[in-house]
Design a protein around this ligand. Structure first.
Ligand code: AMP
Length: 302
């Protein structure tokens, strides 16, 4: 089943203790689509400026991603610049230039509105809302956000949370949003807004899925070298939702399997700068890593 995604398409400048990369492909939609397309068809809604090379997204098209919803507008592509120190869980945003996003009004190409799965990747909440309102009775909707929107448009972010089935959020952003130090308390408060599940991403420490009556924690995949954590959250969401989109049904077990698939995909993303590792990643490499997760998290009977 297909997945509709709206979010950013960007040029990123990234600095980590292991190197720098300038003007590389980024954006929440792009990481999500690269990951989700390993599992299911993806329909992209996004915007770039005329400075984006026409062949930049050939690697997504080669995976069958529908890019008809990527609009090209006069002006510059969204630009984000970020820095990480040795604690790669902490992102320092240096620059966010919305550029062509400032006046962007998404309109869905034919067939997109019937996508059964909808992911509202990180972008201005009014754009997320506009796409959600154009979708026709989706089966599962999920949203993501970040500190910039929580700090500047908190009410709008919460309003979208009330409209979706699932929320995916970083642990620091969950704390910021719900003004608490406890991730459990933050997730519970998000659940009271209406979503049926909250996926809290914890960087190298993994991810936790909270529902009203269940809790599932996946560790991070152990890596000695993480080159660039950018896109880990979006590719996690892509692996998670992509897995659900091809599962015969959505239940407690498939949700847990989806968390492991998201974790496995994200662990590959961070092993290279930008989207480079995702470009060559295969489904069978992801499945191999999922089996490793199974091995190192099982401890028999208790
Ligand atoms: P993450 O998965 O959270 O590491 O997402 C990284 C991507 O989000 C980068 O490629 C950025 O271009 C993009 N990004 C950063 N800030 C924003 C923002 N405020 N809105 C939308 N996308 C953003």
């Amino acid at each position: 089943m297909s997945i509709l995604v709206v979010g950013s398409a960007a040029f990123d400048d990234i600095e980590t203790p292991f190197g720098r990369a300038e003007h590389i492909l980024g954006g929440s939609t792009i990481y999500f689509a690269a990951a989700a397309s390993l599992f299911a068809p993806v329909n992209v809604v996004s915007v770039v400026g005329t400075d984006m090379p026409l062949d930049a997204y050939d690697f997504l098209k080669a995976r069958g991603v529908d890019m008809r919803g990527l609009q090209v507008e006069d002006g510059k592509t969204f630009h984000w610049s970020g820095r990480y120190d040795y604690d790669l869980n902490q992102t320092e945003t240096l620059v966010t230039d919305l550029n062509v996003y400032a006046g962007f009004r998404p309109s869905l190409p034919d067939g997109y509105a019937d996508s059964p799965f909808v992911f509202l990747a990180n972008i201005q909440p009014d754009l997320q809302r506009s796409v959600l309102e154009q979708a026709r009775s989706p089966r599962l909707t999920m949203m993501d956000s970040m500190n910039l929107w929580i700090e500047t448009q908190r009410d709008a972010v919460e309003a979208i949370m009330r409209m979706v089935d699932m929320v995916s959020i970083n642990e620091s952003e969950a704390r910021l949003l719900m003004r608490t130090s406890s991730v459990l308390a933050a997730a519970k408060r998000i659940l009271t807004l209406g979503p049926k599940a909250v996926l809290v991403k914890r960087g190298e420490y993994g991810a936790v899925l909270f529902t009203e009556d269940d809790y599932f924690a996946a560790p991070g995949y152990p890596l000695e070298e993480v080159y660039d954590p950018t896109g880990a959250g979006d590719s996690f969401a892509g692996g998670f939702m992509g897995y659900l989109a091809q599962a015969p049904e959505i239940n407690g077990a498939t949700l847990r399997q989806a968390v492991i698939h998201g974790s496995a995909v994200a662990s590959f993303t961070v092993q290279a700068f930008g989207v480079e590792r995702l470009k060559t990643l295969t489904r069978s490499e992801v499945e191999d890593r999922c089996r490793e997760f199974q091995r190192f998290t099982s401890f028999g009977e208790v």
